[in-house]
Design a protein around this ligand. Structure first.
Ligand code: FAD
Length: 440
């Protein structure tokens, strides 16, 4: 049995390892188009901020280690350029030699992820952050050009992380966003604390703002502003790395994501897809979604590995869907949400309950308010979405809400969640319980 994996980072490297854990026989080959495998995407902003100082910690494995320890062949600078599903082969281009060849698979697992969208601007001061190569380029530029000012374009969670990290590194940062809804995963009004955090630090930002052009350090904005920056880092969205699959019979959705079933099977026999590139479904509503976060890639990797060694279809485990549980820290605050998006709520008859209270006993030091907002379907009283914002303890409440949705609790049953209480941690009536009481 020959298993080929495309992409060697979160989904690809993990699925290859997980398969090897359970199957010592199959040949496993992983193709990665870029320089590195298994780098820690999520840690890159913190490396740029010098919070994580050791670059080696950003690379958790090399092809040599994978071969020596796991007998998995990883070929970097090898890009999959075509899927020939009728013959069960893929065409690979070796970027170091220019050579092109075909490789035959019995099982093919696609984990090519997404790429950063680029603004149509030519400038050697403009960067995006997606992988360790980008990180090295940004780091070198900051050091060599003695960067003192940075323009961050776009205000998704990665941009916010970069902004925070460059600020802590002592670089004067400015943020622009082309609409007035930053940090899209969060309810718009709950993002107000982000603006307060920026104001507190005198970090400039402008909403409904876009770049018109860049000439050397001078950035001309659509609003007419003209300002100088040493570096510009854009985070203006991502798109799936699926163009190379268009010539095959693999089904893609309108946005280019690969629809999969609960076994991560595509429409083609023997071809699976995982990670950021897939269209999967919400656990609680069963509606289709694409969530480009790391948890799903790791869950899929384990399930595929288990299912590939399953002796019968009865032994196979189906994926139960995801909730898009997410969190970002912006200076002193954490903002997390779980469930369908704010805009998807309009497809349901919903009610909402909100509570703001201290994360732990008010008399205990460092008590700070958290706001928890929970949306539920009126008829079933099932929870559809929740948001939490606070300086401390928002992560715990979002994780509790994630577990509650997975356990199909109703809003009323939040009263029954027996939290661990001592003054430094919570209250006898925790904010999660209060949401349940308030819903009555
Ligand atoms: P990737 O990990 O992106 O790997 C895909 C790999 O496939 C790439 O290396 C690519 O070069 C390769 N590839 C693409 N096309 C081909 C081809 N044709 N042939 C060969 N190779 C190919 N998620 C979180 O949950 N929490 C976070 O805090 C978080 N922070 C992030 C911060 C940053 C800066 C970034 C960039 C991402 C962050 N993410 C975070 C998202 C998370 O990294 C992704 O969800 C996850 O990496 C997806 O895994 P994947 O395997 O689908 O794609």
């Amino acid at each position: 049995n020959k298993i080929i994996v495309v992409g060697a980072v979160a989904g690809g490297a993990t699925v290859a390892s997980q398969i090897r854990r359970l199957d010592s026989e199959s040949e496993i080959v992983v193709y990665e188009k870029d320089r590195d495998m298994s780098f820690a995407n999520c840690g890159l902003p913190y490396y740029l901020g010098e919070v994580v100082e050791d670059r080696d910690l950003m690379l958790s494995a090399t092809p040599e280690q994978f071969y020596d320890k796991k007998n998995i062949t990883v070929k970097t600078y090898h890009e999959a350029i075509a899927l020939n599903d009728a013959h069960k082969t893929i065409t690979i281009k070796n970027h170091q030699t220019g050579e092109t060849f075909e490789d035959q698979y019995d099982t093919l697992i696609l984990s090519p992820g997404c790429r950063a969208r680029h603004l149509p601007i030519q400038s050697d001061r403009v960067f995006t952050l997606r992988n360790l190569v980008d990180t090295d380029e940004i780091e070198n530029f900051i050091v060599n050009e003695k960067v003192q000012s940075a323009l961050i374009v776009g205000a998704g969670y990665v941009s916010l992380e970069i902004l925070e990290n460059l600020f802590y590194r002592g670089i004067e940062t400015t943020l622009i966003h082309r609409s007035d809804h930053i940090n899209k995963s969060m309810d718009k009004d709950l993002n107000n604390v982000i603006f307060e955090e920026l104001d507190k630090r005198e970090i400039q930002y402008r909403l409904n703002e876009e770049i018109e052009s860049i000439t050397d350090r001078t950035v001309t904005f659509k609003s007419g502003h003209v300002e100088d920056y040493d570096i510009v880092i854009t985070g203006v969205g991502i798109e799936p790395n699926s163009d190379w699959l268009k010539s095959s019979s693999l089904q893609l959705n309108e946005q280019g994501y690969v629809p999969v079933n609960e076994y991560f099977e595509t429409n083609l026999e023997g071809v699976y897809a995982i990670g950021d590139v897939i269209e999967t479904f919400y656990r609680h509503t069963k509606k289709p979604t694409s969530i480009t976060l790391a948890w799903g890639a790791h869950r899929a990797a384990s399930l595929i590995a288990e299912n590939l060694v399953a002796k019968s279809s009865n032994e196979k485990s189906a994926f139960r869907g995801l909730l898009g549980t997410n969190i970002v820290r912006v200076f002193d605050y954490a903002l997390g949400s779980v469930g369908i998006s704010e805009s998807e709520l309009e497809n349901y008859d919903v009610d909402v309950v909100e509570q703001t209270q201290k994360q732990h006993a008010g008399y205990y030091p460092n008590a700070e308010p958290i706001t928890l907002r929970v949306y539920f379907e009126k008829s079933s009283r099932k929870i559809l979405r929740a948001c939490a914002v606070g300086k401390d303890g928002a992560d715990k409440r979002i994780d509790i809400l994630s577990t509650a949705i997975i356990g199909e609790l109703t809003i009323d049953e939040l009263r029954d969640i027996e939290i661990a209480y001592a003054p430094p941690f919570s209250s006898p009536k925790d904010i999660v319980n209060m949401i349940g009481y308030k819903a009555q």
